[in-house]
Design a protein around this ligand. Structure first.
Ligand SMILES: [Zn+2]
Ligand SMILES: [Zn+2]
Ligand SMILES: [Zn+2]
Ligand SMILES: [Zn+2]
Length: 310
């Protein structure tokens, strides 16, 4: 038998199932189904390296919601399984055979799950981790390879990907300005500064230190007051973002405002950063004052610098 591979023999459940199915062949109408579910995984599912192919995962897939099942896993008196979220939804009737569900727990399947080790679902993004079934979800919620959401703030954009992919997406699809270097000097000009609600979002991407940073500039309503905010986000995880510091400076007419901050990771939403006022906030009156002229046009020069903390 294939079960001679050491990993298969070391899994008590599979040994158990093998002997049981050999001694006591199923008699019910499911007899065609059980060998497929039980014997087949034995022969083919457990690979010599101990990882498991999709058929056992299919066993652990709830037939109703198609999510992976976690304890308590329920079953009907004919052995059909179902997740605990779906049990109340099917009004206590097995969705497969329509028998009453009762309160039978499928401990065997829960134990199979406990013995499984599966690759992180972000394998395709570079994660090489293999995790026990019950801790896989937790890992995936924090996996550093999990893709990022598009950091563009001006529209709902559902694009996700790694940083390299998102940088190309910002450039090609959102036509975002790209700059290289750790200092910048940017001019924001707006002809109708009274319109705060329809303010344009400005996003510029900087590359320096081999990393990418997003400089956001936008108008929003702070209480009753229309204000502008400029802040930097780091295209990467929070623990790395903390290695950088940035400063922003805006001024004109002999006045100047400066801000020094730590870029926030793009894991945090743009809105969350903005609503915590973690950036350079300029009152509109002050912004128009900086702009000079007849206050009909907003003309702000924002300079800044990014550096790495040692
Ligand atoms: Zn379900
Ligand atoms: Zn059933
Ligand atoms: Zn992972
Ligand atoms: Zn996007």
């Amino acid at each position: 038998m294939v079960g001679h591979t050491s990993m298969a023999c070391s899994k008590p459940f599979f040994d158990d199932m093998r002997s049981r199915s050999g001694v006591d062949p199923p008699q019910t109408e499911e007899s065609t189904e059980i060998p497929e579910l039980v014997n087949d995984p034995l022969q083919t599912v457990v690979k010599p390296n101990g990882t498991v192919t999709s058929s056992v995962r299919e066993l652990l897939e709830c037939p109703v919601c198609l999510n992976a099942m976690y304890p308590p896993i329920h079953q009907c008196s004919n052995g059909h399984t179902l997740c605990s979220d779906c049990k109340p939804r099917v009004h206590d009737r097995c969705p497969t055979c329509w028998h009453e569900l009762g309160n039978i727990r499928c401990l065997a399947l829960e134990k199979v799950a406990a013995s499984l080790e599966l690759p992180c679902k972000y394998q395709g993004f570079g994660c090489i981790g293999i995790y026990p079934y019950y801790s896989k979800l937790k890992h995936e919620s924090q996996c550093v390879f999990r893709p990022y959401n598009c950091p563009y703030a001006g529209s709902e954009c559902s694009v996700v990907g790694d940083i390299r992919y998102l940088v190309a997406h910002l450039k090609d699809d959102h036509k975002v300005d790209m700059h290289s270097g750790c200092t910048f000097n940017h001019r924001y000009v707006k002809s109708n500064p009274q319109e705060v609600e329809n303010a344009t979002w400005m996003l510029t991407v900087f590359s320096c230190f081999g990393q990418y940073f997003c400089l956001h500039f936008e108008a929003f309503q702070l209480g009753m007051a229309p204000v502008y905010i400029a802040f930097l986000r780091f295209m990467g995880d929070d623990n790395e973002a903390k290695n950088y510091t940035y400063s922003l400076e805006v001024g004109g007419n002999g006045r100047k405002m400066t801000w020094q901050g730590v870029p926030r990771s793009i894991r945090e939403s743009h809105r969350k950063v903005r609503d915590s006022f973690d950036g350079l906030i300029i009152q509109r009156n002050m912004a128009l004052f900086f702009s000079g002229g007849d206050r009909k046009e907003l003309k702000l020069r924002v300079t800044g610098r990014i550096w790495k903390e040692q």
